[in-house]
Design a protein around this ligand. Structure first.
Ligand code: ZN
Length: 215
């Protein structure tokens, strides 16, 4: 289990990023999950259960643990200590291009009154610029986020976490509010599942956050 230092400071919060070694975590009891489809769809969980298609789940219901499953895609946990709201985001490259993370922040603002400057965010283990190599058909979709790069018409390596940090920056969240794990699943087979490495044999890891309490 990988835990973000930044989120450990809140005693009312439980959170974690699963690894290959955390089978059975988290307890399925309070989980709110989605059918992940690499979209920009944000879902609101008021009780545990399966919410249908979407790639970010937000909640401020104590006892509900919002959860996403990943194997290379970035798992992102967002916590608002002021309103005690949480979000779990599944962001592969398609979700990143669709700006799923800033859309989750915006949904928290609309639903719970969360302010971007209050948020504490952890980007968990996801494919790093070491391994995320793509062709121009994908790379060119990142032009808006990397205006300084003129190599996106070729085969290049991209940094998804940096892309998310830049997107959130445009939406009022500063770099100082975001932790990154710098752990690439593709590079660390002993710890993490990786779709890019293992293809169909890859398992999935759960990232989850919830406010302690009863539903
Ligand atoms: Zn790597």
């Amino acid at each position: 289990m990988y835990r973000a230092e930044r989120l450990n400071q809140f005693p009312w919060l439980q959170h974690g990023f699963g690894t290959r070694l955390s089978a059975g975590w988290p307890d399925a009891g309070g989980l709110a999950t989605a059918q992940q489809i690499h979209s920009d769809q944000v879902l609101v969980a008021t009780q545990p259960g399966h919410l249908g298609p979407g790639d970010a789940i937000i909640s401020k219901q104590p006892g509900v643990t919002v959860a996403v499953r990943t194997a290379d895609c970035l798992p992102i946990l967002i916590v608002d200590p002021r309103t005690r709201a949480v979000a779990a985001v599944h962001a592969g490259w398609r979700g990143v291009v669709a700006e799923i993370a800033p859309k989750a922040v915006e949904a928290m603002r609309l639903e719970f009154g969360s302010r971007p400057e209050d948020l504490e965010i952890a980007i968990g283990p996801g494919i790093g610029p070491c391994c995320f190599e793509v062709g121009p058909e994908v790379a060119t979709q990142f032009r808006a986020f990397f205006p300084e790069r003129n190599d996106l018409y070729f085969r290049v390596k991209l940094d998804l976490a940096e892309t998310v940090i830049r997107q959130l920056g445009r939406n009022g969240v500063t770099r100082g509010q975001i932790d990154t794990s710098d752990l690439c699943p593709c590079c660390k087979p002993e710890l993490f599942e990786s779709y890019r490495r293992d293809r169909e044999k890859a398992g999935r890891m759960v990232a989850a956050a919830g406010i302690q309490g009863a539903v």
